[in-house]
Design a protein around this ligand. Structure first.
Ligand SMILES: Cc1ncc(COP(=O)(O)O)c(C=O)c1O
Length: 398
């Protein structure tokens, strides 16, 4: 079989002429940072996921940090997440001075294990759980919601992988079972703004707090001014220049240019997800007969968004290492990645909290076997078949 002409990364953006047109228009506008496109993007995003409010920000990591701040997490508080995730899901606790705890994963969905979560909740007071919809497969939100009610903790859905996914007929991001949901628009995600992020919530106070925190903690709401003497002139009119900072915020703003791209990309989200799902289906069929490979599952009550397509490989039986396999695939223009190294095994967390290998067995078993293959909206059918043929010929004992 002929080598693929282009390198196929494990994920990449799909940009077309309509995106380019939309962004070009903004570049000719007066406002390229805080213009009308930010608000438009937020309104359309909230409508798409079915949440009341959406706040756009500079990236998915900032979205998680802002969420922790909005929920008043800080020193003395505990935030728990599943250990198979990107480090940002755990780091957000560290940014606010809270403690990070980890739970094991469910071996079938790779999302947080309800059993593991229960075991921790019995022993410790947890203030927030960051629920990761790993690879785009929604976590068991209903069970988590029951535990939220029983043990009284906040839920942040780290939905960076799951835009376009559904849990029991509700769109991920609707916050039906959570306080907040966070998204990333990094180029490998389902839609992109280059760098970018979004937070959704149904709580008006949380929404207002997020808006403030996103931009230095500064506001211009005349009713809330604290320094009345310098805020108003002698006639009681607000001074034109006046603003106040009443809490410590950040510059986590998104630009108008990025928001225009986001709006244009959002129009295509359903098409993108369907294309990703088609790729996943062809992969599933293509690997069905390979007994060294396990393909991802999709529970009957969810719609998988397939941000990632991750297979589990029996390297022991194969007699080759993952590194060898990745190198051979790369030579054949097939990009793969290991997503993720369990976060509790990162030196920062090992040293800070004294975690040990073997503590989260399902996560570690997953890590030993996982490999993410190329999946993105404009991956062509012949390219998918090329990947299948190469992977099947390389991952074989014959
Ligand atoms: C699960 C998860 N959470 C958070 C993030 C952080 O998003 P960003 O890269 O936009 O900061 C990512 C991005 O890779 C992610 O995959």
């Amino acid at each position: 079989m002929k080598k693929s002409k282009r390198f196929l990364p494990y994920g990449r953006q799909s940009i077309d002429q309509s995106d380019i047109k939309k962004v070009s228009r903004v570049l000719k506008n007066d406002f390229i940072t805080q213009g009308p496109n930010v608000k438009n993007f937020e309104i359309k995003f909230a409508k798409y996921v079915g949440a009341k409010y959406a706040v756009a920000c500079s990236n998915g990591t900032a979205a998680l940090h802002l969420s922790c701040l909005a929920l008043n997490l800080g020193p003395g508080k505990k935030l728990l997440t599943s250990t198979i995730t990107f480090v940002a899901s755990a780091n957000c606790a560290q940014y606010v001075g809270a403690e990070t705890l980890f739970a094991d994963i469910d071996p079938s969905t790779f999302c947080i294990s309800i059993e593991s979560l229960k075991k921790i909740l019995i022993k410790k007071k947890v203030d927030a759980v960051v629920v990761v919809h790993m690879s785009g497969h929604p976590a068991n939100l209903q069970e988590i919601y029951k535990l939220k009610k029983k043990y009284d903790f906040h839920v942040i859905e780290d939905a960076c992988h799951a835009l376009g996914g559904f849990y029991k007929n509700t769109k991920i991001g609707s916050c039906k079972y959570s306080d907040l949901s966070t998204f990333s628009f990094h180029p490998i995600k389902s839609i992109t703004t280059g760098e970018g992020g979004m937070i959704t919530t149904n709580n008006k106070n949380t929404y207002k707090k997020l808006l403030n925190l996103r931009s230095h903690g500064i506001h211009k709401n005349t009713n809330d001014f604290y320094n009345k003497k310098i805020a108003f002139d002698k006639k009681g009119n607000p001074n034109m220049w006046y603003y106040e900072m009443n809490e410590l915020g950040y510059n986590y703003r998104i630009t108008d240019i990025q928001s225009a791209l986001g709006e244009s990309q959002l129009k295509k989200i359903n098409k993108f997800i369907n294309l990703r799902r088609k790729v996943a289906k062809i992969y599933n069929e293509g690997f069905a007969k390979n007994d060294l490979i396990e393909t991802p599952i999709e529970n009957s009550d969810v719609k998988h968004a397939y941000h990632l397509y991750t297979i589990l490989i029996n390297f022991k039986k194969l007699g080759k290492s993952r590194n060898e396999i990745m190198k051979v695939l790369k030579k054949n223009n097939i990009g793969t990645q290991v997503l993720y190294i369990p976060v509790h095994l990162q030196p920062y967390y090992l040293k800070k909290y004294g975690f040990k290998r073997g503590q989260f067995p399902f996560a570690e078993k997953y890590y030993d076997r996982c490999l993410s293959l190329p999946i993105f909206a404009n991956l062509k059918k012949n390219e998918v078949n090329y990947v299948i043929n190469k992977v099947n010929s390389i991952i074989s004992t014959k």
